[in-house]
Design a protein around this ligand. Structure first.
Ligand code: WQD
Length: 323
C-alpha cells in the first residue's frame, strides 16, 4: 500500500509527506514543480507532471497500479486569489481539471480514499463572526469557486462509486515544521512582512478602517504542522472501518488575530522595528474570517497545538535559513 501525494513538494504537501515517511508509509509524489522544490522529495518516487494535461489520467492509472496506491492526498492546485480573478478559465482548467483527472484514475483503479485541500475562501464574506461548516458557501473569486466545485465533485463520486473523502478547509496557514520546510513563496502576510523587513522597508497594512477592534482584518492563523497532523488524522479515519460522520472540516484554531497583532508579534519575535505603513484596502478582503474547528475536534479528535507566536518564530527561523 502507498499514499499518492499530488503536490507533495509544496509548502503544506512537504510537511505531510515528512509525517507519512516518518511513520513508515510508502509515499509516491506527483508534482509539476512549478511552485515547489524538487529537493524536498529527493528520496521518493516522483512523477513530474501537470495533472491537468491530456494524458494525466492514463499516467496516474499506471502509477496507481505499479505503486499499489490505496489513498490520495490532493494538494496540487493554483492558489492565488488575484491571479484567479485575472485568469479564471485557467484556474478551472488547473484546479477542476486536475482533480477530475485524479478522480477518473481513482475510479478506474478502485482507489477509494481521498483527502482534498479545500479552503476557507469557499465561504466568501460570511454573515457570522465565526464560521462553521454549515455556513452557506458564497465564494467571491474563482479560486474559492474551484475549491467548492472540488467538494461537489467528490460528493458526486461518493454517490457513484463510494469514494471515501475528506475536504479540509484551510484557514490562514503559517509557520514551518523545520528550517528546511518554510513557505518558499512570498504571497501571504507573514512572509510579506519578512520581505519588507529584509529590504529595510516598513511592513504594509492593507486598510485600517475595517469594522474590527483595531480597524485591521482578522484571520484565523493555523500552524502548518497542526494542519499536517490534521491530514494524517483524516487519512487514518478514512482507512479505518468506520466512516467519519462528516466529509468537510474547517481546519483553524477558533481564534482570530488582526493584521496589526500579527505585525506586532513579528516585531517581538524578530526584535526589528515593525512600525507599519497604512495603505489602501486590498479588494476582496473580508473583514474577519475565523473558523469554528468543533467538527474536526469532535469527529477526528484533532486539536491545534501551536499559537501565533510559534508560527511567527518558526517561520522567521526558516526565512533566515532560506535567505
Ligand atoms: C491576510 C490579511 C490582507 C499582506 C488567502 C486566501 C485563502 C488562503 C490563505 C489558501 C489580509 C493583509 C497581507 C500585507 C496586509 N489560501 N495583508 N499586508 O487573503 O486572508 O487568505 O490566503 O488556500 O484562501 O484567500 O491571506 O495572508 O494574503 O492576508 O495587510 O503585506 O493580511 O489584506 O487582511 P488571505 P493573506
Amino acid at each position: 500500500m502507498s499514499v499518492l501525494v499530488a503536490g507533495g513538494a509544496g509548502y503544506i504537501g512537504a510537511h505531510v509527506v515528512k509525517l507519512l515517511v516518518d511513520r513508515g508509509e510508502k509515499v509516491v509524489i506527483v508534482d509539476d514543480f512549478s511552485t515547489s522544490k524538487r529537493e524536498r522529495v529527493a528520496d521518493l518516487p516522483v512523477l513530474e507532471m501537470d495533472l491537468a494535461t491530456g494524458n494525466a489520467e492514463e499516467r496516474l492509472v499506471e502509477l496507481m497500479h505499479t505503486q499499489h496506491v490505496d489513498a490520495v492526498i490532493h494538494f496540487a492546485a493554483r492558489k492565488q486569489v488575484g491571479e484567479s480573478v485575472a485568469k479564471p478559465a485557467w484556474y478551472y482548467q488547473q484546479n477542476v481539471g486536475g482533480l477530475a483527472n485524479m478522480l477518473a484514475a481513482m475510479q478506474r483503479c478502485e482507489v477509494k480514499n481521498l483527502i482534498f485541500s479545500s479552503s476557507a475562501s469557499v465561504y466568501g464574506i460570511p454573515d457570522v463572526a465565526v464560521v462553521d461548516e454549515e455556513e452557506t458557501c458564497r465564494p467571491i473569486n474563482p479560486y474559492g469557486e474551484t475549491k467548492l466545485i472540488g467538494e461537489w465533485m467528490m460528493a458526486d463520486c461518493e454517490r457513484a462509486w463510494q469514494l471515501r473523502w475528506a475536504g479540509l478547509r484551510y484557514f490562514n496557514v503559517a509557520g514551518a515544521g523545520s528550517e528546511q520546510l518554510g513557505d518558499p513563496a512570498v504571497l501571504n502576510l507573514i512572509p510579506m512582512v519578512f520581505e519588507k523587513l529584509q529590504e529595510g522597508a516598513a511592513p504594509q497594512i492593507f486598510g485600517d478602517d475595517y469594522p474590527t477592534p483595531d480597524g485591521t482584518c482578522i484571520r484565523d492563523y493555523i500552524h502548518v504542522s497542526d494542519l499536517a497532523e490534521a491530514h494524517i488524522t483524516a487519512l487514518d479515519a478514512l482507512r479505518s472501518d468506520h466512516q467519519p460522520a462528516h466529509r468537510i472540516y474547517n481546519v483553524g484554531t477558533g481564534t482570530g488575530a488582526s493584521v496589526k497583532e500579527v505585525i506586532d508579534t513579528i516585531g517581538e519575535v524578530t526584535g526589528r522595528d515593525t512600525t507599519p505603513e497604512i495603505c489602501e484596502r486590498r479588494p476582496g478582503d473580508p473583514p474577519q474570517l475565523i473558523a469554528s474547528p468543533k467538527r474536526i475536534e469532535t469527529d477526528l479528535n484533532w486539536q491545534a497545538r501551536y499559537n501565533l507566536r510559534d508560527m511567527v518564530a518558526s517561520a522567521w527561523k526558516a526565512w533566515q535559513a532560506q535567505h
